[in-house]
Design a protein around this ligand. Structure first.
Ligand SMILES: [Zn+2]
Length: 367
């Protein structure tokens, strides 16, 4: 098999966005989860292993206002731009930002858009977009959960406007619910949105199994809320029982992953136990799924992941897998697949089976 041609997007500006969250009067300042550090260290590690050099560098696209307005309301964009030009502000829950974040967020969406276009045109076989700020919680008229612009939907709509793709599947394995794509595409039958997440973590009031899409979009939204404590056994079962059959049934012509590492076993924002190696395994499954229907077209876009030590390992596992490389790192926090946390527990199986049944009922999954 020939070496895949993998695109890598990043930009120095991504590390200069400042997220500012008020955790209340009892939280001593200076200890927020979100910072540039995990992303910077991921890029450094990709350089150290040679993976960054093995990828084809893709520059972010300079998006214009029309690109953003395919997803966001003009009022939201105006408010964001003007607050950013002053001293920053907050336009949604857990989503404060500093001065100049508008331009960086547009460049972040432009990074995902550039990667999507390169994949859709066949310039590269697959791509990884190492962007910041993330996007999967952003909704058309509000920022949420560190996310300011809906990076992936903006990229999808641009690729569609260029006539390069029609049916798109978004697989969100960030540990938090992919509410943004769900809201944006809830009635769209041509965009399959699948979210695997820790149940009722964030947003606490969305991501339930009965949110299956509406109207023509019924059966094109799948939620797999997993119990806290889920490890590789639960994730593997969810992948093989729900994600892969849903992708096969939907037959997208492009797959985009909202890739967080916050289901990782060292992540401070959640209570899951996915290994770094596990993120490579998920990537391998989606490479295979993309080969099945989408002519291999796969884009992995950076979302969350807050462990400065572990998330660079997780991201490196993803990129090495895209390149067809071995994981190859010395990971002191690897857990053997036979460790108790990694085995599929009965209550986890029941939760995943319930999500699967909801998908069968809605038409997202075959009987
Ligand atoms: Zn997350």
């Amino acid at each position: 098999m020939s070496t895949p041609n993998v695109g890598l997007v990043t930009a120095e500006q991504y590390f200069y966005h400042q997220s500012i969250i008020d955790f209340g009067p009892d939280a001593e300042p200076g200890a927020d989860l979100e910072s540039p550090v995990p992303r910077r260290r991921l890029l450094n590690l990709l350089r150290k292993t040679g993976a960054a050099d093995a990828c084809r560098a893709i520059a972010p696209i300079a998006l214009d206002r029309a690109d953003l307005e395919r997803v966001h309301t003009p009022d939201y964009l105006d408010a964001f731009q003007s607050l950013s030009a002053m001293n920053g502000g907050e336009l949604g829950d857990y989503a404060g930002f500093g001065r100049g974040s508008y331009e960086i967020a547009v460049l972040s969406a432009g990074g995902v858009a550039a990667a999507a276009e390169a994949v859709a045109r066949g310039d590269v076989d697959r791509a990884f977009a190492l962007v910041r700020p993330p996007g999967h919680h952003a909704e058309p008229d509000r920022a949420r959960g560190y996310c300011l612009l809906a990076n992936i939907p903006i990229a999808v709509e641009r690729v569609r406007a260029l006539g390069l793709a029609s049916r798109v599947a978004i697989v969100d394995w960030d540990v938090h619910h992919g509410n943004g794509a769900q809201v944006i595409y809830y009635d769209d039958p041509n965009t399959l949105t699948i979210s695997l997440h820790q149940a009722q973590l964030y947003p606490i009031d969305s991501g339930f199994i009965d949110e299956v899409g509406e109207g023509a979009g019924r059966g094109a939204n799948l939620n797999v809320p997993l119990p806290a404590g889920s490890g590789m056994g639960a994730y593997r079962y969810a992948m093989t029982e729900i994600v892969l059959p849903a992708l096969e049934a939907f037959a997208p012509d492009m797959i985009i992953v909202a890739c967080g590492y916050d289901a990782g076993l060292l992540d401070p924002s959640s209570q899951m136990a996915v290994t770094a190696r596990g993120f490579g395994e998920f990537t391998r499954l989606l490479v295979q799924a993309a080969a099945g229907s989408a002519q291999g077209r796969l884009l992995i876009a950076q979302e969350g992941g807050y462990s400065p030590l572990h998330s660079p390992f997780c991201g490196t596992a993803v990129v090495h897998e895209l390149l067809g490389w071995e994981f190859g790192l010395v990971d002191h926090y690897d857990l053997d697949d036979s460790a108790p946390e990694q085995l599929l527990q009965e209550y986890q199986r029941q939760a995943i089976d319930a999500a699967r049944r909801a998908g069968v009922d809605s038409g997202a999954l075959p009987h």
